[in-house]
Design a protein around this ligand. Sequence first.
Ligand code: EPU
Length: 338
Amino acid sequence: MNIQENISLKPYNTFGIDVIARSFVEITGLLQLQKILQLSSYPERFILSGGSNMLLTKDIEALVLYINLKGKSVVQETEDNVIIKAMAGENWHQLVLWSLEQGYGGLENLSLIPGNTGTAPIQNIGAYGIELKDVFVSCEAMDVATQELVEFSKEDCKFGYRDSIFKTTAKGKYIITSVSLQLTKRDHKLLTFYGAIEEELKAKGIVHPTIRTISDAVIAIRKSKLPNPEELGNSGSFFKNPVVSKKTFEAFLKKNPDAPHYALEDGTYKIPAGWLIEQCGFKGKRFGDAGVHEKQALVLVNYGNASGEAILELAHNIQETVQKQFKIKILPEVNIIR
Ligand code: EPU
């Protein structure tokens, strides 16, 4: 089984938080996963994969299952479309680059998102006008209790903004083992309406964008705003953008007429948390090794040796200040492990 003891999880989480796993096992096969789940000596498990959307605040006593299942292939193909299946441990951005090399469209706007493929459905990753759900077909997951493989369709997953069944009713019950996505082979749907993409393409003098040039534009935008976890520990957006009722929004806009905002189809409004946090004066601030990124206030960073608690304390401070100043509640997007 190769269960290791007292392993530092610092290299396994993009925040770079140094906590210890009392016991740790790397999962590279489905049969191995089944066997591990049947071990009565380790009744508690903690599932880890890309570690890109979590804040660890203490040592992990449960058996850490590091999901590193690899493999990707085309499982169905027509003249227009293709369905690809990728195992959970495939790095997301490498999958995007591979799909672009094959000439498949659909993932270009989701370039350079940290993390692995298997965790992408959990929070329905999204950026620059698309979300995973827009290309998602299904995923397979192992039922922790029965060790059976179960298939979840798009409808089953109940995707929402940074949300899915795997964060709610199915939380902790399944381990996603693979994800299937439908991509285009021709007549790609190019999504360039997002302001930053338009500007980037214009700056590069690109009049007829392709899936490749859009991916390059997204990579350039992300690199200019978001810190590279290999250089500066972070977990992307720490908070979700709050969605408020029309009434709350109108009261807010009266006081803050210049605030950026997006009207949603159901009559509610999304307000960028990054803007709210910046207005509260947190952008670029550093408290010991915990800080708020200088170019994107939605991203909390670890300058080296911040503890999970220190990052959490900063997050609470930000939440309270935003609540006081704007009467708006902002909630974490990352999974806080206490
Ligand atoms: N803004 C500020 N100050 C800041 C940051 C943002 O005023 O420090 C303003 C911007 O000027 C802009 C607005 O807020 O008017 C939105 O900013 P941006 O386009 O950077 O996007 P975001 O809402 O901050 C979301 C996602 C990102 C995703 C981008 C692009 C969430 C929680 N975050 O950020 O996702 O890359 O849109 O689509 O929805 C992630 O989830 O980890 C992530 C990085």
